[in-house]
Design a protein around this ligand. Structure first.
Ligand SMILES: NC(=O)c1ccc[n+]([C@@H]2O[C@H](COP(=O)([O-])OP(=O)(O)OC[C@H]3O[C@@H](n4cnc5c(N)ncnc54)[C@H](O)[C@@H]3O)[C@@H](O)[C@H]2O)c1
Length: 250
């Protein structure tokens, strides 16, 4: 009798955007380690040592997502897992009273517009091909709390709602759509004035790593751990979201 695989994502075909960045790269590597065939995409080339199949795409262009989808289906044959982690870098100068239209359009265009149309079309593809697929949008705690970056928080709030809209109509086809809201994850687009001060407040006592997020992604995408999760946001933040103006007291 052949040995049964203990890998969680054996046989899956995954598309991961933002694969040259901190979290997307971590997710692409973790999915591959769990047996998935992974196609990573980004506007920038990822480090070569990752050994992840790569397709360049600019999701800031209105048709960028269409080119990516066509290329991904051609390469993978079909898609059973989708993770959207591409995002422009956040710049602290883009405050509510100063952010430009260009910066607004770039952030919402890549995070929300491309994220929605990719997920929507991949959802249709899964439904039409009878694939019980899974999708994950990478959002943020700032989907609910201000960040002094209105284009960023608005795009994350929007991503959360399109995740829920898609989750509801795709679940009857056996397709699960969810989100992860990472906390402070240095190593990619994370920007903090004083990381030490922030880390001191994180209940778990350390900043997160891309692999912390990636392992949660594996679990949610897997049918062993995530099979009953639909339309939900999992906070992967070491407790950062529990901070309150009332100090903790044991
Ligand atoms: N790092 C954190 O602390 C943190 C916290 C909360 C949420 N997030 C979210 O997680 C996701 C990944 O964040 P990260 O820290 O890995 O950021 P990152 O900047 O390291 O990665 C983002 C990737 O998106 C790519 N990208 C930018 N513009 C693009 C375009 N036009 N077309 C295609 N790809 C493009 C970049 O090249 C980059 O590789 C983002 O959505 C971010 O908002 C991150």
């Amino acid at each position: 009798m052949p040995a049964m695989s203990t890998k969680l994502l054996e046989g899956e075909r995954a598309l991961v955007t933002g694969c040259a960045g901190g979290i997307g790269r971590g997710v692409a590597r973790a999915l591959k380690a769990e047996g998935a065939t992974v196609l990573g995409s980004d506007i920038a080339a990822p480090p070569q040592e990752d050994g992840i199949d790569f397709l360049a795409a600019d999701l800031g262009r209105p048709d960028g997502w269409k080119d990516l989808l066509a290329g991904a289906v051609a390469r993978l044959g079909s898609i059973s897992l989708f993770v959207h982690a591409a995002s422009p870098r956040r710049q602290e100068v883009d405050t509510p009273l100063s952010v430009s239209e260009e910066t607004w359009d770039a952030m919402t265009g890549i995070n929300l517009r491309s994220g929605f149309f990719l997920a929507r079309e991949i959802g249709r593809h899964m439904r039409d091909s009878n694939i019980k697929g899974r999708m994950l949008l990478i959002t943020s705690m700032h989907r609910e709390t201000p960040r002094n970056l209105p284009h960023y928080s608005a795009s994350k709030a929007g991503m959360t709602m399109v995740m829920k809209e898609l989750a509801r109509v795709l679940a009857p086809h056996g397709i699960r759509v969810n989100a992860i809201a990472p906390g402070a994850i240095p190593g990619g687009g994370f920007v903090a004035g004083n990381l030490g001060e922030l880390v001191a407040q994180i209940p778990l006592g350390r900043a997160g790593t891309p692999d912390d997020v990636a392992q949660a992604a594996v679990a949610i995408l897997s049918e062993r751990f995530g099979r009953y999760m639909v339309g939900t946001t999992v906070e992967v933040d070491g407790g950062l979201g529990l901070l309150s103006w009332i100090p903790a007291r044991a």
